[in-house]
Design a binder for this molecule. Structure first.
Ligand SMILES: C[S@@+](CC[C@H](N)C(=O)[O-])C[C@H]1O[C@@H](n2cnc3c(N)ncnc32)[C@H](O)[C@@H]1O
Length: 248
């Protein structure tokens, strides 16, 4: 009986040590995330415009980006750089994720489509800001891994589908907003059609890999009533799939 009690006390002590180590670890990531938000997103130290939407800043502050990068790159998770996630793809730079999220003007009741799930980080950032997130990934192992990760981390309003996002997600359309996280030669007409009147789309567009601009598309009353604003030069991986005119 006494040895049972001793064992229980030992187990409790061990659990307490593990919990303490975990708290220390969390605090370390939290500190890094705070620094990233302060120095590169809310108050960039260079010429870039700051991200101003407090809801977006709060979301970036809360999402554990280190959970979305390969284990060997965790120490770099809060640097303002894109990082490789396998299959020749990348998780986008935190500043660009924050800026794209702000530009798409997420609202609590919105249904949002993301094309290019990648690691799932952008979908996780959108999750607390809108009602529903639908995200499509063309590379199956990436999409499956992102689905498992988002599920494990508790992002319940995000649905991941494997498929060609050039054609959108007709069953879940129309969307209040669409974010495309890969470079296209043109704005895909199926995505315009799946955007609600008054909706916003953000997409990197360009004729060449070295000449891409982030474009905000505002849809008016129908598919022909579009306003396109070029916001800033960017460098994204190409949108795969789609018709022949897409970059390969
Ligand atoms: C820059 S990465 C996206 C990063 C991602 N948003 C994140 O937060 O990690 C671009 C992603 O788009 C995917 N992609 C490219 N073409 C696609 C398509 N036609 N449909 C769906 N996903 C596509 C790539 O496989 C890649 O994972």
């Amino acid at each position: 009986m006494r040895s049972k009690a001793k064992l229980a006390a030992l187990a409790a002590a061990l659990l307490a040590v593990v919990a303490l180590a975990q708290t220390g670890e969390d605090a370390r990531w939290h500190q890094r995330r705070e620094r990233m938000v302060e120095q590169t997103i809310a108050r960039p130290r260079d010429f870039r415009d700051p991200v101003r939407d407090p809801r977006v800043i709060e979301a970036i502050r809360a999402i554990p980006r280190h959970e979305f990068v390969p284990p060997g790159l965790r120490e770099q998770a809060y640097d303002d750089n894109p990082l490789p996630i396998g299959h020749g793809q990348t998780i986008s730079q935190p500043y660009i994720v924050a800026m794209m999220t702000e530009l798409v003007e997420p609202k609590p009741g919105d249904r949002v489509l993301e094309v290019g799930t990648g690691s799932g980080y952008q979908a996780a950032v959108l999750s607390p800001l809108v009602k529903e997130v639908y995200t499509i990934e063309i590379i199956e192992p990436l999409g499956v891994a992102a689905r498992v990760r988002l599920d494990r981390l508790g992002y319940r309003n995000v649905e991941v589908r494997i498929g060609d996002g050039y054609y959108g997600w007709p069953d879940k359309a129309p969307f209040d907003a669409i974010i495309v996280t890969a470079w296209a030669t043109h704005v895909p007409p199926p995505l315009i059609a799946q955007l609600k009147p008054g909706g916003r789309m953000i997409i990197p567009v360009g004729s060449f890999a070295f000449h891409q601009n982030l474009v905000v598309v505002h849809k008016g009353k129908d598919n022909r009533d579009l306003r396109m604003d070029s916001v800033m030069p960017v460098r994204f991986v190409p949108l795969l799939g789609g018709p022949e005119s897409q970059p390969k």
